[in-house]
Design a protein around this ligand. Sequence first.
Ligand code: SF4
Length: 294
Amino acid sequence: MPQRLSTYLKKTYGEKVYRLSLSSGCSCPNRDNGTGGCTFCSEGGSGEFAIDADNPDICDSIERAKEIIRKKTDARKFIAYFQSYTNTYGDVNRLKELYKKAISQDEIVALSLGTRPDCVGPEVMEMLKELNSIKPVWVELGLQTINEETALRVNRGYSLPVFDDAYKRLKEAGIIVIVHVILGLPGESKADMFETVQYLSDLTPPLDGIKLQNLQILKGTRMYEEYLENPADFKIMSMEEYTDLVAECIALLPKETVVHRMTGDGPRKLLVDPLWSLDKKRVINMLAKKVQIE
Ligand code: SF4
């Protein structure tokens, strides 16, 4: 059966590993191209928790992020985690220097970069290979769905073959790949969502990691406008429905796939629907009862 991220990290690093949410200062081509980006994407670029977004000194940001975690824990190992926006979009030399600095400390055990499959060209691949020879590199790809109609509707801005090609090249380069999927996108049936998860389960080589999350309507997004105009278009699941669905999706995954996330993580102040996802503890407890996972 698939395993949770916490289990994987403990097995791999012998203890609990904490993520430091950092900012690379990158933007996103899907927002810069004038089409407004993915319709569900909030101002923070789908990751509002990065520390010191404007601080040019990455070592300083890392220290501050560590301090925050150490107030509550005795953390000793960390992942340098760049989630917001597209962290391979920009000047490759600048990014290489930034990420090298980030992973130079002994306490940083891995580098995690959120990006898009259309932003891993040859130069970026060379950078990733070089970084991966220093510390393991995880690349997180925001696929969300394999359904091309939905992808167009949410303005994802690339087609499935672009994902397939990026996946193949990243795996050939020895990079750990994690794919994001949103469950409950407008117009999608349960069968559509299973189709996406099954597609990912059938990838060769097997998918390293998956992040599942429920669709969250966030203030300030284009999707929020659509939701206000046409609420009937959005079939927002109840907590029971969602947790049942996650259990079924995880049952489709191969044992090699690590589950990094099972629920939405949108910022409290922006979340409009479903409000049950604010009660993370309850969602996690319900998932724990239903999901077969190590
Ligand atoms: S690719 Fe990511 S950052 Fe860019 S618009 Fe989509 S969700 Fe936002």
